[in-house]
Design a protein around this ligand. Sequence first.
Ligand SMILES: NC(=O)c1ccc[n+]([C@@H]2O[C@H](COP(=O)([O-])OP(=O)(O)OC[C@H]3O[C@@H](n4cnc5c(N)ncnc54)[C@H](OP(=O)(O)O)[C@@H]3O)[C@@H](O)[C@H]2O)c1
Length: 295
Amino acid sequence: MKDAFGAPQSLLVLGGTSEIALATARRLIALRTRTVRLAGRPSPALDAAAADLRARGADVRTVGFDALDAASHEAVLGAVFAEDDIDMVLLAFGIAGDQGRDEEEPLAAVRVAQTNYTGAVSAGLVCAGALQAQGHGSLVVLSSVAGERARRADFIYGSSKAGLDAFTQGLGDALHGTGVHVMVVRPGVVRSATAQATATGTASGTVPAAPPTAPRGGAALLAPERIVAARSASARFASAPLEASPLTTTPEAVAEAIVTGLRRRSETVWVPGSLRAVMSALRHVPRPLFRRLPI
Ligand SMILES: NC(=O)c1ccc[n+]([C@@H]2O[C@H](COP(=O)([O-])OP(=O)(O)OC[C@H]3O[C@@H](n4cnc5c(N)ncnc54)[C@H](OP(=O)(O)O)[C@@H]3O)[C@@H](O)[C@H]2O)c1
């Protein structure tokens, strides 16, 4: 059960090695969370993530979960809910793909869509049903500012996030009044501390920035999801290099925004918050002009 401040006692993460999810789990454990289930593809990274959270005092178990195997979601996630109540589900899995390659290889593009959209539809519906059966809990979904308006540089990823975002909003409306809270989180560029330091050249022993993948005929984009291509997990969602921008954020800041959103029972959270105003202006820019914007 959540406490008066909305902090959950039990957390299920879908995408158990996600940097953002793990920053959120650490934040929640420091507050109140005692039980964490990390669902993800089995890997040493998943085990290491579980060990780290365990060392912070939580009861942590990993659960084999593949977003692309929708047929297994009901059984895999149903078993987690059958064990105990889950106060919060954080849907954090996703892949950025490689826009240039994915335009050349439709099956690779389909993989992005199936992971980010149909995988999330299936897992989201299973979790929503289980939360509804409990009569309480939050489903927090990591969308992206990239889904707000399609851009030349990452429209395959962006379109998958647009679908996910619309799905989540509709699901939230469907569950309104049931006791289940659905929150969509739209981060801009998320950079780990390592990536930040690499971008500014302040880290020692950092990996040199990799050249961005240039989409066919695409202009270099600036924001919102333009990020230095340091070899951090967050950089996987980058479409091009980014110098310091007020629209960039960190996994810890996204975690903090999620905690605040839980307390307020927000339906939509932008991180950083200033993105809300930026995107509400950008949303109305006519396409011929939008195409030419250095974003
Ligand atoms: N980082 C950003 O700049 C940014 C900005 C806006 C929104 N977001 C969104 O926020 C979410 C988390 O981002 P992040 O930076 O924390 O990502 P991350 O560290 O790269 O983690 C992505 C997660 O997705 C999992 N995943 C990928 N394919 C999967 C599959 N088929 N089945 C199960 N899990 C799968 C990965 O698992 P494996 O370990 O098995 O690969 C990993 O746990 C993503 O949905 C992303 O789109 C990120």
